[in-house]
Design a protein around this ligand. Structure first.
Ligand SMILES: [Zn+2]
Ligand SMILES: [Zn+2]
Length: 282
């Protein structure tokens, strides 16, 4: 909720006219409580989770020929019921896990200093904060994922995420509810270290969800723009981790590849890549 009664009052306080984006933000959020703005994350997660994987899922279900050569594990064919089961489980999971967590974490969001006020962040401020969020989340999740591959945690929690040995976009958040809480909590460490605006937090959650879906799509397209991001893991990198399953001691990082390189947990993947490239040669 903004501490202004009108845009003129906000402009007078800022000492300049509002930008178009700031006018939109004023119109949308001026009378909305901050906790409602924070709860938008649940809505955004559902929208991104439903729409982002959908085009590829529909093409795969209709056996669209042009994409088949890019499937990383072409021998695995899932039934429509598998896609539906995955989707329904995640929607339930988001409802029962994310809503309570969001309501409980709202005081922490206020304490961190996530602001909803004007001015909106500059592109530089938002991008530099997003970079911090990605790096922190990747590093912490690398170690949490390694921990989840210990015997007890794998058998009782992480095994659910590995049910899909050939991942699909809908399987990105498919996991035990405890894993959603464990691997989801680092997404707030970055914002705690470098607190920004609520719209930056929304952008962070959307981008993180899109990245998780991208690494689970099960296809390696030659024209993906993410291949230009330095040290980005991508679908083939994470697909290998799912393909090996519970015994996997490789590719624990969820976003970038450098943690697995530094801590020598990419050996299996390097052998696998060397072998597949060798076997492709005439
Ligand atoms: Zn795993
Ligand atoms: Zn996964």
């Amino acid at each position: 909720m903004l501490p202004y009664q009108s845009m003129q009052e906000a402009a007078a306080d800022l000492g300049r006219a509002l930008t178009t984006m700031e006018s939109v933000w004023f119109w949308y959020s001026a009378r909305m409580p901050d906790w409602v703005l924070y709860m938008h994350i649940y809505f955004l997660l559902n929208v991104v989770f439903t729409l982002a994987p959908l085009p590829l899922v529909l093409l795969e279900l209709n056996s669209f020929k042009l994409i088949q050569e890019y499937k990383i594990q072409p021998k695995i064919r899932l039934r429509p019921s598998d896609f539906l089961r995955c989707y329904v489980r995640v929607v339930k999971l988001l409802f029962f896990a994310i809503i309570p967590v969001q309501l409980a974490s709202f005081p922490a969001i206020k304490f961190m200093g996530i602001r909803t006020s004007l001015p909106l962040p500059s592109l530089w401020e938002a991008c530099s904060q997003l970079l911090v969020y990605f790096l922190v989340d990747d590093y912490v999740n690398y170690w949490l994922h390694r921990m989840l591959h210990s015997k007890w945690l794998y058998e009782n929690i992480h095994r659910v995420h590995h049910e899909f040995t050939a991942p699909i976009g809908f399987a990105a958040p498919y996991a035990h509810w405890a894993e959603v809480l464990i691997v989801g909590s680092p997404s707030l460490i970055g914002p705690a270290l470098a607190p920004g605006h609520m719209v930056t937090l929304w952008a962070w959650i959307i981008l993180r969800q899109l990245e998780a879906i991208d690494t689970h799509i099960g296809y390696k397209f030659p024209f993906t723009p993410t291949k230009y991001i330095p040290f980005y893991g991508g679908a083939e990198f994470h697909d290998y981790h799912h393909n090996v399953g519970g015994q996997s001691r490789s590719n624990f990082a969820s976003i970038f590849t450098y943690c697995d390189y530094i801590y020598r947990t990419n050996k299996g993947y390097r052998y696998h890549r060397a072998y597949t490239q060798k076997s492709k040669r005439p």
